[in-house]
Design a protein around this ligand. Structure first.
Ligand code: NAD
Length: 241
């Protein structure tokens, strides 16, 4: 029987690469996202809606047990504390943090009943270090690192592992949106900003979504069965500088 994996935000970027890889590894994959996708089993879902996430996961559980949850849906927001309105703050926290809380809450009853489960939270290098003009996003990713650690401790006795993945700059639609909006504001040249961004990474390039997916797959697998509560950095050396 196929193992089952739920991915939030699996229609684009890192999430899409995760969905593709788990399908290639013979998983049944449910993609809970706002925007439709033809890859995996797409279920329209807004992760900020706690009840909706719970109901969708309950309907999946009627068919299959959940082996893996990848809580990946997230948005980026640029701004220091003064440039972050109350509604911007709420939006970032509702999607990035409360969405992960909703997804974990929804899968735990099934994982506990089966004494089995791997939860992977998509944090960021910003869970570990600060970046300028990233007040709310930075804090939301630090919160996810904390969520991975507390969940790991609270559910270790149920053989449920929880880890956070902390990517550096990965070339996805979210990355392109972030540099587009920076270039619009500042008048900077996009290809130059892109080259500068690559040069900031010790390995001299940006990461690719497929590389993050491989790490997520490893953490979900039995090869990682002694790894829980960890923050796994995948950033081309950026945070070690
Ligand atoms: P992306 O914008 O390409 O994909 C994000 C996906 O999440 C989209 O499919 C979007 O529709 C979905 N989504 C957004 N809001 C949602 C909601 N309320 N409910 C359900 N789905 C929703 O972004 P990405 O770059 O692939 O980022 C994925 C994750 O990786 C995010 O959590 C992001 O913070 C994190 N991350 C990205 C980078 C990077 O450089 N790209 C670096 C570190 C961490």
């Amino acid at each position: 029987m196929k193992k089952t994996c739920i991915v939030t935000g699996g229609s684009s970027g890192i999430g899409l690469s995760i969905v593709e890889l788990f399908i290639r590894k013979n998983y049944q994959v449910f993609n809970l996202d706002l925007q439709p996708s033809n890859t995996g089993t797409f279920i329209k879902c807004d992760v900020t809606d706690f009840r909706q996430v719970k109901n969708i996961v309950s309907s999946i559980v009627k068919e299959s047990n959940i082996d893996v949850l990848v809580s990946n849906a997230g948005i980026h927001f640029s701004g220091n504390i003064e440039n972050t309105s109350e509604s911007d703050f709420d939006k970032v926290f509702n999607i990035n943090v409360k969405g992960a809380y909703a997804a974990i809450r929804a899968v735990l009853p099934n994982m506990k009943a089966n004494n089995n489960g791997a939860i992977i939270l998509m944090a960021s290098d910003q869970a570990l270090i600060a970046k300028q003009n990233s007040f709310a996003y930075n804090m939301s990713k630090a919160a996810l690192a904390s969520m991975a650690k507390t969940t790991a401790l609270d559910y270790a006795s149920f053989n449920i592992r929880a880890n956070a993945v902390c990517p550096g700059t990965i070339e996805t639609p979210l990355y392109h949106q972030a540099i587009n909006s920076y270039c619009q504001r500042s008048g900077a040249d996009k290809s130059q900003v892109h080259a500068e961004e690559a040069a900031l990474q010790p390995l001299g390039r940006l990461g690719q979504p497929e590389e993050v997916a491989e790490l997520v797959y490893f953490l979900a697998s039995d090869k990682a069965k002694f790894i829980t509560g960890s923050l796994q950095v995948i950033d081309g050396g950026y945070t070690t500088q």
